[in-house]
Design a protein around this ligand. Structure first.
Ligand code: PLP
Length: 354
């Protein structure tokens, strides 16, 4: 108890002075409308389960996409529904995915001693190799996991190629498409696979309020799937009872707030263009990004050394992913934090090479 007493007051966000560019969050949220709704929801509804608010958000999502309420499952961020999908599917076999993707949730069955992730090499340009993945679907596979745009690469698949892949792959197995960054792409409706769910293909799509909406800390995400798949995934979680009033209020207030969404996307794209220019100015290259992060190629450099050099200056970025030792991921933050990262690149590169 004494140790707790001596702790500084809790801060809910990053420490002052720290540029937090390591988790693909979005500091431009919550929107002003979301902040007001969070406060109203806590006052009016903090003592009560959030069922009416969950129903309202489901209605809004159903209306936007022209689907039924029974095609939607909410969860506290998209991570739970992604994990539940992996857990449900893996009862029957292995999960198939690219070498490099946001695999945290599909690792859940591995951790429980269940089936494993079978990985297919990305192309030399770090794209997801759809043909190779399709050819790897055999009787042992229970689900294909595609993250588009992908994390940590930031790269996006050709929408026509992905649609064709999803249609033929879903005849053989369940296809999970994680669209966490969809709203940040140049053409969100061209890139979403939700129409294929509506057309009856065996596909589930995951979405989140954590990225363009700037609500990572408020924990709201959702899954769109056939009624049967939605029920099957829901068996693994408590669905609407895991949601909270404040998060739902924020999501409801932001969902159709086009002015805020345009502002949020503009700021993210502004930061991303600054990073891309700086990468070039420092003689480096980066994967093309359709997201709020950039995957920088450090050449012969080591991404963990680069991360440490940045951390010495209170700039937090990611280290090595799997065996991609020279690739370094940086998330967009406030414009001034992005500028701090840019200013620190030359020295961090020098330190890295020593
Ligand atoms: N999917 C992708 C591709 C992500 O990068 C992340 C988080 O960074 C998530 C899902 C999970 O986010 P959340 O649980 O906040 O929706």
């Amino acid at each position: 108890a004494q140790a707790l007493k001596n702790q500084p007051p809790l801060r809910y966000g990053p420490k002052p002075g720290v540029a937090k560019l390591n988790a693909n969050e979005n500091p431009f949220g919550p929107s002003p409308a979301a902040l007001k709704a969070i406060s109203d929801a806590a006052v009016q509804g903090g003592a009560y389960y959030a069922y009416p608010a969950a129903m309202r958000l489901i209605d809004m999502i159903a209306e936007r996409h022209g689907i039924e309420k029974t095609n939607i499952s909410l969860s506290a961020g998209s991570s739970p529904i992604l994990s539940y999908t992996a857990l449900a599917a893996s009862q029957k076999g292995n999960i198939l995915g690219p070498d490099l993707f946001w695999d945290t949730t599909s690792k859940a069955p591995e951790k429980q001693g269940g089936h494993e992730i079978i990985r297919v090499a990305n192309t030399p340009a770090l794209d997801i190799d759809l043909d190779a993945i399709y050819n790897a679907i055999d009787g042992s596979i229970c689900m294909v996991h595609i993250c588009n745009p992908n994390n940590p690469t930031g790269k996006i698949l050709d929408p026509k190629a992905l649609k064709e892949f999803c249609i033929k792959a879903s005849k053989k197995t369940l296809v999970l498409v994680d669209e966490a960054y969809n709203e940040l792409t140049d053409d969100p409706s061209a890139h979403t696979m939700i129409p294929l769910v509506k057309a009856g293909h065996n596909i589930v799509v995951a979405r989140t309020f954590s990225k363009i909406y700037g609500l990572a800390g408020m924990r709201v995400g959702y899954l769109i799937a056939s009624e049967q798949n939605t029920e099957w995934v829901n068996q693994y979680g408590m669905g609407n009872y895991t949601l909270n009033q404040a998060g739902l209020a924020a999501a409801i207030a932001s969902y159709n707030d086009d002015a805020f969404l345009t502002f949020s996307k503009d700021k993210i794209l502004q930061g991303r263009a600054m990073v891309m220019d700086a990468v070039k100015a420092n003689g480096l290259t980066a994967a093309s990004s359709s997201t709020n992060f950039v995957f920088v190629n450090l050449g012969s450099g080591n991404a963990e050394h680069f991360r440490r050099a940045m951390a010495e200056k209170d700039i937090l970025i990611r280290g090595i992913y799997r065996s991609y030792n020279n690739w370094s991921r940086v998330s967009m933050g406030t414009i001034s934090d992005v500028q701090r990262y840019i200013d620190a690149i030359p020295e961090a590169l020098e330190k890295m090479e020593k």
